[in-house]
Design a protein around this ligand. Structure first.
Ligand code: ZN
Ligand code: FE
Length: 760
């Protein structure tokens, strides 16, 4: 006696080979019925013997396609219709964002095998893909995810691809970007002026040129990469000079895990991250004496490694005489990544020696993602390609809101129902070039998710581009959110917390409610508001923004706070090297309160320490001084102890004074203590003082949950030790992993706070 059931599957089940998978399993089990893309996801009607129905349900979850993500399976009884076969029914047209779009996927093993098989139709075809792999988010123009709504619409199928596309038993059934040599996009090689280079094999020629030390611009999924041989010191130096990128580390693509393990310490967690379907750049501890040129990541303990993810990457490695490639976003300094062929030639003519291009348009910029294993988990540093538009699952439903994010490392966030969708990395909105990208990101994400926000959340900083943009939008409610409150709310959201927490938010810059620059904050916070419980004591930032680029200014500021005019008599080498005149001018500037805003920033404290120990007086990229201090601390032997810091109560708030810290560092410098030891003691001091503050706050508030957020927690040494220190005192500690602790995760917190204000 046959029975019947209706199964509804939700999650990422569209564009990932889900229906063909269902079709295959149903046929194998001799079940009849149908599958379709319904309003809520995939719907399946099944008829057959009860044991086969049960087996089907088991296989549904255990054997689902690798790229799919099932969030819920709902089974209900149904009437037996007496069907005679199993079919795939046409899509219903009213698909909603509950049918979610997949992020871009790395080329799968089956396609790789065909790519290398000289008898295959798609032998060495750089755009080979199937329902399990290939571009998704970056090629979708609109919903539903069908070929005419993708950037592949310009390439009608030939007969062969068309047959595959319509055959439910084929692994390219409904593979929207399906293509082959006959009908799909083609590669071409251009010289620096954009003129075509005559060659039979553009990939082999490009690989040959890279091996000779040239700088190549290679068109990828979400933009162009600049590629050079990572072992060639001259080529890396040339790239740095032309790209005007002085010291900021480059990421390195390696052909396989074995090469990764040669270059860095790759443990189980790192391996998992490298091989994950998002194929992010993974920051890993560098080994000594590798073949990688030193200029790839100067002064850093870590190196960013990633594995090939497009067929073209695999072809380049197969064709080229190099063991690893520097692959960096093709832009000048902090501009957005280039995506259009002619735009790329125009902007990069002075940077690249040649261009490996294809004629498929890139709809959307999408940088590579960056993660870092720290304190036992893989943590997001830059959440972009491969992760977007995968949502962050929320613990409660929210109304449609858009959050505009911060200024640096900007992302936007669209939330609705139980999901928050963060955009790809938009970048630094200090650059006019990023403005268009910001607007594109908002427009595209709202379109493909079909979310029309009624509320827009923004930072309180009046001069941020994202704030001005938000305030210029009409017909919506606008809600300003304090920067560090947003950081803590972001950490709460990703950890599904709803009740008040002790939030420790440490970062470089965030506009405070008192108009000062905050960044070393302990907040009592929930989504409805916050109280400031403690902060680093204010110090002047002589020169304002110049103090961010020139850490020596912060060192002078802290030394003046600590020693007053006696700072010249401390025998501190830094002061001598700085010169009396420069120090005196800076002191005067602060005395007269000229261009010297007050700050409680933790990032600036790191800067001051880095300058004082002689590590660097100026920086070339954001957080460089802090990253180098961290590297030094991690290299130093354990058991260094901690410097003292002062704790004082004023204005109903704990103030953390750095005087004793600088006094102690000055002493260590006179004794010529190694920088690594000083750095370790400094890190340990921060841990000790914030644990101490958390205990006091717990005594007053009876709260025991601590959230750690802000860019400073991308420091693995600090994060690891802060978690240990707090847990040792019995705190429940919550941290970021799914979204960045830095400003890339800010928009999530803004969205949650604004959603709460609208519907508490
Ligand atoms: Zn494939
Ligand atoms: Fe921040």
């Amino acid at each position: 006696m046959p029975s019947a059931c209706l199964i509804k599957v939700r999650g990422v089940v569209q564009g990932v080979g889900f229906r063909p998978f269902v079709y295959r399993v149903a046929r194998e089990l001799h079940l009849c019925g149908w599958v379709l893309n319904g309003e809520q996801g995939v719907e399946i009607h099944l008829e057959g013997p009860e044991p086969a129905l049960e087996e089907f349900q088991r296989l549904l979850t255990t054997g689902a396609p690798p790229a799919s993500r099932i969030t819920a399976v709902e089974v209900q009884g149904a009437d037996v219709l007496g069907l005679q076969e199993f079919v795939i029914k046409a899509s219903e047209r009213n698909e909603r964002p509950t049918v979610r779009i997949s992020p871009d996927l790395p080329v799968c093993d089956n396609c790789l095998r065909e790519l290398k098989d000289s008898t295959n139709r798609r032998f060495e075809y750089p755009y080979i893909n199937c329902t399990h792999c290939g571009p998704r988010y970056t090629v979708i123009l609109a919903l539903p995810y069908d070929r005419p709504n993708t950037t592949m619409k310009a390439w009608p199928f030939d007969e062969y691809c068309d047959r595959e596309y319509h055959d439910p038993a084929n692994r390219r059934f409904h593979a929207q970007p399906n293509a082959c040599w006959e009908c799909g996009p083609q590669l071409a090689l251009w010289d620096a002026s954009g003129a075509q280079i005559e060659t039979q094999d553009p990939v082999a020629e490009a690989a040959r040129r890279i091996a000779l030390g040239e700088v190549g611009a290679v068109k990828g999924l979400g933009g162009f990469h600049l590629a050079v041989d990572a072992a060639n010191a001259d080529a890396v130096a040339l790239l740095r000079e032309r790209k005007r990128r002085v010291e900021k580390p480059f990421a390195v693509m390696v052909p396989d895990i074995a090469t990764a393990a040669q270059l860095c310490e790759v443990d189980a967690l790192a391996r998992q991250a490298l091989l994950s379907r998002q194929r992010p750049i993974v920051l890993l501890p560098k080994r000594d004496n590798t073949f990688i040129a030193d200029a790839v990541a100067p002064g850093q303990r870590d190196l960013g490694l990633f594995l090939p993810y497009t067929p073209l990457h695999h072809l380049l490695f197969a064709a080229g005489e190099f063991r690893a490639l520097v692959m960096t976003s093709a832009n000048l300094s902090e501009e957005p990544i280039a995506i259009d062929n002619h735009e790329a030639v125009h902007r990069l003519a002075e940077v690249a020696d040649f261009f490996l291009v294809h004629n498929r348009e890139i709809l959307l910029r999408c940088d590579d993602s960056v993660v870092r294993p720290a304190a036992g988990r893989v943590r997001q540093v830059r959440r972009s390609r491969g992760f977007v538009p995968e949502p962050v699952q929320l613990h409660k439903e929210v109304p449609p809101v858009l959050a505009a994010g911060g200024e640096l490392k900007n992302t936007i966030c669209l939330a609705r129902g139980p999901f928050a969708f963060l955009s790809q990395h938009v970048g630094d909105l200090e650059n006019a070039e990023s403005f268009d990208f910001f607007e594109e990101a908002v427009e595209h994400l709202s379109k493909v998710l079909e979310i029309e926000p009624s509320i827009i959340a923004h930072d309180l900083h009046p001069d941020y581009f994202s704030t001005k943009w938000a305030l210029a939008q009409e017909g919506v409610r606008r809600i300003g959110v304090q920067h560090h409150h947003a950081h803590i709310a972001s950490c709460m959201a990703e950890n599904h917390l709803d009740e008040k927490v002790i939030g420790i938010a440490l970062d470089g810059t965030g506009y405070g409610t008192d108009g000062h620059i905050w960044g070393g904050e302990v907040l009592l916070a929930d989504y409805s508001g916050f109280e400031r419980a403690a902060h680093l004591a204010y110090v002047p930032m002589p020169g304002g923004a110049a103090a961010i680029r020139e850490p020596w200014r912060m060192a002078v500021s802290y030394l003046a706070q600590t020693f007053g005019p006696a700072l010249f008599e401390q025998g501190i080498p830094f002061v001598g090297e700085l010169g009396w005149r420069r120090a005196a001018t800076t002191l005067q500037m602060m005395d007269r309160r000229l261009n010297s805003p007050l700050t409680s920033s933790c990032g600036r404290l790191f800067d001051a320490v880095a300058a004082l120990v002689g590590m660097r007086t100026t920086v070339n990229y954001e957080a460089q001084a802090a990253m180098e201090l961290e590297s030094a601390a991690r290299r130093a032997p354990p058991g260094a102890g901690a410097y003292p810091l002062a704790l004082e109560r004023s204005d109903g708030c704990w103030q953390i004074g750095a005087g004793p810290l600088f006094d102690a560092i000055a002493g260590d410098l006179r004794r010529a203590a190694p920088v690594g030891i000083i750095s370790r003691r400094f890190h340990n001091a921060l841990v000790a003082i914030f644990v101490c503050v958390a205990r006091s706050v717990r005594d007053e508030s009876a709260l025991n949950r601590v959230c750690l957020s802000g860019g400073t927690f991308q420091n693995a040494y600090l994060l690891d030790n802060m978690i240990r220190g707090l847990e040792h005192e019995g705190f429940e500690v919550f941290t970021h992993a799914e979204v960045p602790a830095g400003d890339g995760g800010l928009s999530l917190g803004q969205a949650m706070i604004a959603a709460h204000a609208a519907a508490p």
